[in-house]
Design a protein around this ligand. Structure first.
Ligand code: BGC
Length: 513
């Protein structure tokens, strides 16, 4: 049950989900600020990221809880419009830069490695107004932003993620539209976006590679979030492989395969299907040789976010495969289903099949030849804010077991694991009603009090012993409950900070009035 020496444990968050301070200083507006202010009812509980965990002010508390957990690293993201208020490099925000400097320095002071994501769903509104991820010019705009961020922090940040979950940004958004910016366009949207995201990632990777890698010995990659796609019956195996190429390969082959470019099978299927639909060209835009070369090989590790699995079967004769959040259901005439045996969760999208992560890793290793894999997200969402969260403990433990098996039985090179999330936060369309935190956050408390759940105690023990062979917190829960019943008591040393934050709130209120 021991993890290999050097295996690292962390937890993750993202800027819009935790920072709040949506208009602090000269921060520019992003798509979430804009869409939610226009129509708050798009969010299930009517909340927003305006304040959320208030990490813009309470970052010291975040670092403290990361330290209390014994994390080796903390993965957070940078808000594009906090650094570049217009979205473009004509203006750099001094306050924005200062905020992340403080956070990074404090993490390093406590011995926690910062892992920084450049982009986690919070596109500048200015860029969305110009077509967002479907405008090919975004490739250079993202590169400008990346260049600025590297210049500020590359001396201290050694692990980078360029873009979080392109499959969500492109397929999910343009097919289902159930995230912001809520624009659906199933024919070209997912595919143009797919190409632009990969190109943007590649440019940022090359800027880092050419200017900083040697000097600082850092690494940088893109975070993919494959859903493990499993054949429902043996006869669906070939179809499932096509589905994996569609859902995972389309976002990974151009970077990780020896040949570069789209998965050839998918390129062919898309060309034929587009023709059938009357398009005089393929809906999957091609790469020129130069573009292929630009993207190919732009990785230093594989950043894997994993939550769940689906079964694949071919659609019945009278069945419309429908439009699913991974593109390809119509083109491949397939249906994705949840196995009724897999336990359901409060988050409809996540059903629990821990073996899926091991199979996904095996698939990636077979296709891309023994990658160094960092699990950059894995976690469970619950509607209940009960701090005795045994469900989350089991979810994390069962996935870690499969990761150990992947390492020990399959020879996978997995270098670390990240829980999503360090604390409850703004869970996109669910707002504050869906909780992923190792720490509960009291959103009605002015200081957004953070309280460790049983899962936090469990995870801290796993980290401390570097092993899964740790007692279930139920053995100690009474002791923990007593200690933490009233939340993390604010330490005297933090009183000054508390006063400052309160003062800042009062001054803001007065100014707004
Ligand atoms: C995203 C997070 C999100 C989590 C749970 C991941 O795909 O990166 O931002 O909160 O899923 O939905």
């Amino acid at each position: 049950m021991k993890f290999p020496p050097g295996f690292k444990f962390g937890a993750a968050t993202s800027a819009y989900q935790i920072e709040g301070a949506w208009n602090a200083s000269d921060k520019g507006r992003n798509i979430w600020d804009s869409m939610i202010h226009k129509n708050p009812s798009i969010i299930e509980d009517g909340t927003s990221g305006d304040v959320t965990c208030d990490s813009y002010h309470l970052w010291r508390e975040d670092v403290q809880i990361a330290h209390d957990l014994g994390l080796h690293f903390y993965r957070f993201s940078i808000s594009w419009t906090r650094i570049l208020p217009t979205g473009f490099p004509n203006k750099i925000s001094k306050d924005g830069v200062r905020y992340y400097n403080k956070l990074i320095d404090e993490l390093l002071k406590k011995g926690i490695e910062p892992i920084v994501t450049l982009y986690h769903f919070d596109l500048p509104l200015s860029i969305q107004n110009l077509g967002g991820w479907t405008n090919p010019l975004i490739v250079d705009w993202f590169a400008d932003y990346a260049r600025t961020v590297f210049l500020m922090y590359a001396d201290r940040v050694k692990t980078w993620v360029t873009i979080n979950e392109p499959m969500i940004i492109c397929d999910f958004n343009y097919n289902v539209g159930n995230l912001v910016p809520q624009i659906t366009e199933e024919f070209l949207g997912p595919f143009i976006c797919n190409k632009n995201v990969l190109m943007a990632h590649a440019k940022a990777w090359r800027i880092y590679d050419e200017n900083y890698k040697e000097k600082y010995q850092g690494k940088i990659s893109i975070a993919n979030n494959p859903i493990w796609l499993e054949a429902q019956t043996e006869k669906d195996e070939e179809l499932s492989e096509r589905a994996r190429e569609f859902g995972v390969g389309r976002y990974s082959d151009p970077i990780y395969s020896k040949e570069g470019g789209w998965p050839p099978t998918i390129e062919k299927i898309m060309a034929e299907y587009s023709k059938k639909q009357g398009f005089p060209y393929s809906r999957l835009p091609s790469f020129t040789d130069e573009e292929k070369k630009l993207v190919q090989g732009t990785y230093d590790y594989f950043s894997l976010n994993h939550y769940t699995s689906r079964l694949v079967r071919s659609a019945r004769a009278d069945e419309d495969p429908g439009l699913w959040y991974i593109s390809g259901s119509r083109e491949l005439n397939l249906v994705l289903e949840k196995d009724p045996q897999w336990p359901k969760t409060d988050f409809v999208y996540i059903v629990i099949q821990p073996e899926g992560i091991r199979r996904q890793i095996a698939w990636l290793n077979k296709r891309y030849h023994n990658l160094s894999i960092l699990i950059t997200e894995n976690g469970l969402g619950t509607r209940s804010s009960d701090n005795y969260d045994t469900g989350r403990i089991h979810y994390i433990r069962d996935h870690l077991k499969q990761i150990l098996l992947a390492i020990k039985e399959d020879g996978a090179n997995i270098v670390g694991y990240t829980v999503w999330s360090l604390m409850d936060n703004f869970e996109w369309m669910f707002g504050q009603s869906m909780k992923f935190g190792l720490y509960d956050v009291d959103f009605s408390h002015p200081l957004r009090r953070r309280t460790p759940r049983a899962s936090a105690h469990f995870y801290r023990n796993v980290i401390k012993h570097h092993s899964l062979d740790v007692p279930h917190p139920s053995h100690h829960w009474d002791k923990y409950r007593k200690t933490y019943n009233n939340g993390v008591t604010i330490k005297y040393s933090n009183c000054f900070l508390v006063l400052l934050v309160l003062l800042e709130h009062i001054i803001c209120k007065l100014l707004l009035n």
